[in-house]
Write a new protein. Sequence first.
Length: 232
Amino acid sequence: MLPAAAPSLPSQARRRTSLRDPATALRVALAAGWLVLALTTVLVGQRPASLEDLRAGIKAGEITEVRVSEGLEPGATGYATQAVVWRDGLLGHRTEGWQLSPGVDAPSGGEPVLGPDLAGELRAEGVSVLPLADRSAHSEVAGWQVPQQVGLLLFAEWVVTLFLLVGGPVPERATRWAWFWLNSGPFGVLAFLLLSGPFPGVPAPRPGARRLTGGWAFLVSLVLGGAYLGAS
């Protein structure tokens, strides 16, 4: 049976919130970096979507321009992978599938069939179709496709946060193992940076409050992870 909580930290162990404290300054810097990278992911990243989502947006008048990658050469037979990218408001979306020449079956794998001439079909619907210079290297971040540089910076942010968790001051509100499991979620890193120790504008935990333990945090991370995947 999992314990409900870990012993609390002594009240006198609570450090004052000061950027002169190296651990506090590092938390603030990492939190600012996380927010910048999260905003960058939203602005330049592409969420997976379906061809039905694209057509619904076109029908509603919300999408008037798309970018389509090169597919089969003119007159060629067979199949090729084709990508379509569009923006709906501030968010970028992306769908990929097979471009097939007439009489050719799609390979197995579950990817959708976009048709023999998707670009022509979209132009016929009044949509502006531009060529897509697809990025050669990219990373997947919580379902978003982002430039590889953004993915590497996010990974570096997570590594430095992990070093702070392991080698920094004893964290507040949860044990080290608890924060480790919570950090596996898309917003766990930010929660750790804001709540594990002194942070400007964030009140301290009440004196004598007990901390979340690793076992319960593991269960919480499973529930939150399942809810996030179900909503995405």
